[in-house]
Design a protein around this ligand. Structure first.
Ligand code: FAD
Length: 384
């Protein structure tokens, strides 16, 4: 494929951030293609929270109603002592969130959300099986070469390629992310397994002790699928890959002494995976030349605030706003604006998420959930 005369944008990575960027930019009238290394996406066993700040972006994309139908709508985020069950915080969500923050707070299956996002991208513009291998920014345009030997040219390239981003590597050199010393276990439990217990399984609850936790919530509005995700210290990274199988035995050992509700969840677990939690320090730059980063490629974090994808999606929305403001030909100004209007918020969320303090005690989450990206006046940026 050669250079086309129509200016166009290449998004590398069709994760939650890249998919949002592609759909929002297309909606704004830009010509966009997405290149994703996976051959297809499967419904991996994991849930995800989407706060009102993100739902406002999905409103713009036209998928808010469908997500509201799909997801579970917890009335509260509860934090509870993992052993005694005492409540440490009760953060109002539900109707309160809709009134105070301007949109719902939902928990949903990650694969269902992702499928909906992919569907919102124009047909034939998501290219699967395209693993980016090299990038050449000539100054006039960018040439991307994929592992299947094909190449494409684009006017600008958005690196939405996650924590091991190739685009980040081009901008900043090769550097492995740091291992945080924590792992996350993830498991889905069908609702019928829980019926036999005389216990209350709350819509959204985080069980905490000093050095570990288990976050639990429903992934469907029908409450037929319950999900837990943990944070457990695991000092040595003694396995490879983005996840490995764990076991019920490992879970019982990690959560010994925890509340009977947590024990019931472990007992009801058929399969559980274990994910190393990786990280990077805030990056010194977000763009260079015709290349720009978003989401985990730019500011990965430990997932304890349930806002990593939220920040990727907010990035996508802000980058779209900035490109609309300047036009594609003045992408340099757009990138400056983008960084100026994202860095502070994304870095703050990254810090709080890494600290794992979010909503442990009664605090006001309005600065995260009340944020409406489309209501922000744009701060001017510094030349990048
Ligand atoms: P990714 O989702 O990593 O997507 C990157 C994409 O790029 C992938 O599809 C990948 O295949 C593709 N790619 C990579 N390299 C290449 C290449 N060379 N060529 C082509 N394609 C490539 N966030 C929340 O908001 N709420 C939550 O509740 C939440 N819970 C979490 C729980 C856990 C245990 C973890 C680990 C994370 C959680 N997160 C949560 C964080 C969230 O998953 C990430 O922040 C989010 O997925 C980042 O999106 P992204 O699009 O930037 O990157």
């Amino acid at each position: 494929m050669g250079t086309t005369s129509t200016p166009r944008i290449a998004v590398v990575g069709a994760g939650l951030g890249g998919a949002a960027a592609a759909a929002l930019l297309q909606q704004a009238g830009f010509k966009v293609d997405v290149y994703e290394q996976s051959a297809e996406f499967s419904r991996l066993g994991a849930g995800i929270h989407m706060g009102p700040n993100v739902m406002k972006v999905f409103r713009r994309l036209g998928i808010e109603d469908r997500l509201n139908q799909m997801g579970s709508h917890p009335d509260f985020w509860f934090s509870r002592d993992g052993q005694t069950g005492d409540y440490m915080s009760r953060i109002p969500l539900g109707e309160f969130a809709r009134k105070e923050y301007g949109a719902s707070y939902i928990t949903v299956h990650r694969g269902d959300l992702h499928a909906l996002q992919i569907d919102s991208i124009q047909e034939d513009t998501v290219h699967f099986g395209k693993r980016l291998e090299s990038v050449d920014d000539s100054g006039d345009d960018v040439n991307l070469t994929f592992s299947d030997g094909t190449s494409v040219r684009a006017d600008i390239v958005i690196g939405a390629d996650g924590i091991n981003s190739k685009i980040r590597e081009v901008l900043l050199g090769q550097e492995e992310p740091t291992y945080s010393g924590w792992v996350a276990h993830r498991a889905l439990i069908t609702g019928d397994k829980l019926a036999k217990y005389d216990l209350k399984f709350e819509d959204c609850v985080k069980w905490w002790t000093e050095d570990r936790h288990m976050m639990v919530y429903y992934t469907t509005g029908k409450r037929d699928e319950y999900y837990y995700v943990t944070g457990v210290p695991h000092p040595e990274l003694d396995f490879e890959g983005s996840f490995v199988d764990s076991s019920r035995e490992e879970m019982f050992a990690a959560f010994e002494g925890y509340h009977p509700t947590v024990q019931a969840l472990i007992e009801s677990t058929d399969s559980v995976t274990k994910w190393p939690l990786k990280n990077r320090n805030p990056l010194p730059l977000w763009s260079q030349g015709r290349l720009v980063l978003l989401g985990d490629a730019c500011h990965p974090m430990k997932p304890h605030m349930a806002q990593g994808a939220g920040m990727a999606i907010e990035d996508a929305a802000m980058l779209t706003r900035c490109l609309q403001e300047t036009g594609l030909s003045d992408y340099r100004t757009a990138f400056e604006l983008y960084e100026a209007n994202r860095k502070e918020r994304a870095s703050r969320v990254q810090q709080v998420s890494n600290d794992n303090t979010w909503l442990r005690t009664q605090e006001d989450p309005a600065w995260v959930y009340g944020y409406d990206l489309y209501e922000q006046s744009l701060k001017s940026g510094n030349p990048v």
